[in-house]
Design a protein around this ligand. Structure first.
Ligand code: FE
Length: 345
């Protein structure tokens, strides 16, 4: 009798275990989620994700990392990758990710109407979500013999020993070069790179912020930098950053011709996205007015839909180069070789 009871109890335990597993599985299936791999690390992004979850019930699981590391991770995870979406910066880099086959083409009326054609991939592999311009920045006190208006002016011998630049392998400079090849042809672009190298104040080093500090301190007279680096200085809580910004003059290049070089932060849905429908809803959501404002403000960028807000708005409006950002990636290898020939380290 005692023996029977213990068997009964074992059955009971076993049955409870299976009921638990089955109900957990159906619970897990009911939890709607989207897995976002993001190279962005801003507090405002969390506010965005929370609002999306409140609106849709879809939970956002965030994995943050460096752009190239995340791309490699998705490649290595292959068809077992939990990633649904990759968010990263610079069309040149997004294009590289696309070449590695990690995205799938999508079609969304919301995305196609909200995002201008020049700021997304024509086949729907990725979409721009915010913008940055690469601008010329000079020391307020610098007294050059020419007035600097265009990127092309950086090649003028009047700037001998004045130009500080980031390395040519940096994706921002590769994309800028692609835009110059598009605008002026390879020969002229190469002559430009040669002449800019001749104007260097020092060999390329440091990031965009380092260039801005070097110009503000007078170590160099002039540089180029992405607008959000200026936004960071302008909006900084540190007084020394605001002093740095105070010493700088920002020039939006090429306002009387093609406009300033513009690049994007963007995203695409991964090839094996396990939560495809949720990923699509999430991307659509990122183009909403509320999301656009927060997404852009998070990194002092320009929204794709709506007006600039925050520190960056102080820089004023400008004319953008409407070159399709997809071309920035497609010409990248040409840009690398050109910089090498020019001796731009
Ligand atoms: Fe940056």
């Amino acid at each position: 009798m005692k023996y029977c009871k213990s068997i009964d109890f074992s059955y009971f335990l076993l049955a409870s275990f299976f009921i638990f597993i089955i109900s957990y599985q159906s619970y897990a299936q009911e939890v709607e989620e989207v897995n976002v791999y993001s190279a962005r690390h801003y507090d405002t992004d969390m506010a965005l994700y929370n609002e999306f979850t409140e609106k849709t019930g879809i939970k956002v699981n965030l994995i943050e990392g460096g752009s190239d590391a995340l791309i490699e991770r998705i490649v290595n995870e292959g068809e077992f990758s939990p990633a649904d979406i990759l968010i990263t910066v610079d069309a040149g880099r997004i294009w590289r990710a696309q070449q590695k086959g990690i995205f799938q083409p999508i079609s969304s009326e919301t995305l196609n109407t909200r995002i201008p054609e020049n700021l997304r991939d024509g086949d729907g592999f990725w979409y721009g979500l915010s913008k940055r311009a690469r601008v010329i920045v000079q020391n307020k006190k610098s007294n050059f013999q020419i007035e600097i208006k265009d990127y092309e002016d950086l090649a003028d011998p009047a700037l001998k020993g004045q130009v500080c630049m980031r390395s040519s392998s940096n994706i921002y400079n590769l994309s800028l070069m692609s835009s110059l090849i598009e605008a002026n042809g390879e020969q002229k672009a190469e002559a430009w790179a040669n002449a800019v190298v001749n104007n260097f104040a020092r060999s390329p080093q440091g990031n965009d912020t380092a260039q801005l500090r070097a110009v503000a301190s007078g170590e160099c007279g002039i540089t180029v930098a992405n607008t959000y680096y200026l936004g960071r200085l302008l909006g900084s809580k540190e007084e020394k950053d605001r002093v740095t910004a105070d010493n700088l003059n920002v020039i939006f290049p090429n306002q009387n011709n093609r406009g300033s070089h513009v690049n994007i932060s963007g995203a695409g849905i991964t090839k094996y996205a396990p939560n495809f429908d949720n990923a699509l809803k999430f991307l659509d959501y990122l183009t909403s007015d509320f999301a656009q404002k927060l997404f852009a403000e998070g990194n002092n960028e320009y929204p794709i839909v709506g007006q600039a807000t925050g520190a960056i708005a102080k820089l004023g409006e400008f004319k953008e180069d409407k070159l399709n950002v997809r071309n920035l990636g497609a010409m990248q290898n040409q840009a690398v070789r050109l910089y090498d020939r020019a001796g731009w380290k």
